[in-house]
Design a protein. Structure first.
Length: 278
């Protein structure tokens, strides 16, 4: 006798954070959440100027019908680094799409670092993921998105469902970067040389700051331990890609690049969040 899939109640969750710089210290000035999406207490492993925040989604996974919204605003000269405690999991859906919307807004002289753990899209998931970065004046940004299609550790392939990905980056109202794509479970793009070429993990890193052309050659020297990586510099934004078999290899590759780029983007040397080692 075949058991029916469990019916999971959908969640609507919202998290809004505002960081400000006060007397040389970046503080989490405002926070508001609705539903199962929270942030742990602010951390200062690098001193007062940079505030680390860990975004937590207590259900640990995103099911069909769920809608998550995260909005982060860094006021003038504030510096916020945000990460997550573990991989984001997008579960198999019975027919409803799950959606995540992330808005990152940095005012003049501010810096936002968005460095989440990987996203795992389960076989049969319907995932709609959108990230929008808005920068004003001399604001700076560095962030990444790593997506694994199927639970590769269990030998699962992404044979059903779909994943829609959209990323936008703006500077003073001018569009710097727009990327939009859709991966169909079991579709030709998964194995096409023009798509994922049979690799289950892809990732994109974006950095927006002045003078990144000075670091382009060093970034191109960095290589992932498995899979392929590449870096290019477009007008106003540096873009790095990963395509390969391992989300861990993708993260370690992007961490290499982050170490190279962070002094130029954020003005300080890289120091990995402690949560990455737990």
């Amino acid at each position: 006798m075949q058991l029916a899939e469990p019916i999971l109640a959908s969640w609507k969750a919202e998290l809004r954070l505002e960081f400000e710089r006060r007397e040389g210290r970046t503080v989490l000035a405002k926070r508001r959440h609705d539903g199962p999406l929270v942030v742990q207490k602010p951390l200062y492993p690098e001193g007062d100027a940079t505030c680390h925040a860990i975004v937590v989604h207590p259900p640990a996974g995103i099911a069909g019908g769920d809608e998550l919204e995260i909005a982060v605003r860094a006021a003038e000269d504030a510096h916020a680094l945000l990460t997550t405690p573990g991989a984001g999991k997008w579960y198999r859906s019975g027919g409803a799409w799950a959606r995540q919307r992330i808005e990152l807004d940095a005012r003049g002289g501010a810096c936002i670092e968005w460095l989440p753990q990987e996203t795992i899209v389960y076989d049969g998931a319907l995932a709609d993921i959108r990230t929008e970065v808005r920068l004003a004046g001399g604001a700076r940004f560095i962030g990444w998105e790593i997506v694994c299609f199927g639970r590769t550790g269990s030998g699962e392939r992404f044979g059903r469902g779909a994943c829609a990905l959209e990323t936008l980056a703006w500077r003073d109202g001018k569009l710097l970067r727009l990327e939009r794509g859709r991966i169909e479970g079991g579709g030709a793009l998964l194995d096409s040389p023009a798509g994922l070429a049979g690799r289950p993990v892809c990732g994109t890193l974006l950095a927006v700051a002045p003078d990144l052309e000075l670091l382009l050659a060093r970034c191109r020297e960095a290589k992932p331990e498995s899979g392929e990586g590449a870096t290019t510099l477009l007008p106003g934004v540096l873009v790095a890609r990963y395509l390969g078999p391992s989300s861990e290899a993708a993260k370690r590759y992007f961490t290499q690049l982050w170490r190279l780029l962070r002094p130029a983007v954020a003005g300080i040397e890289a120091r990995e969040p402690r949560i990455w080692s737990t």
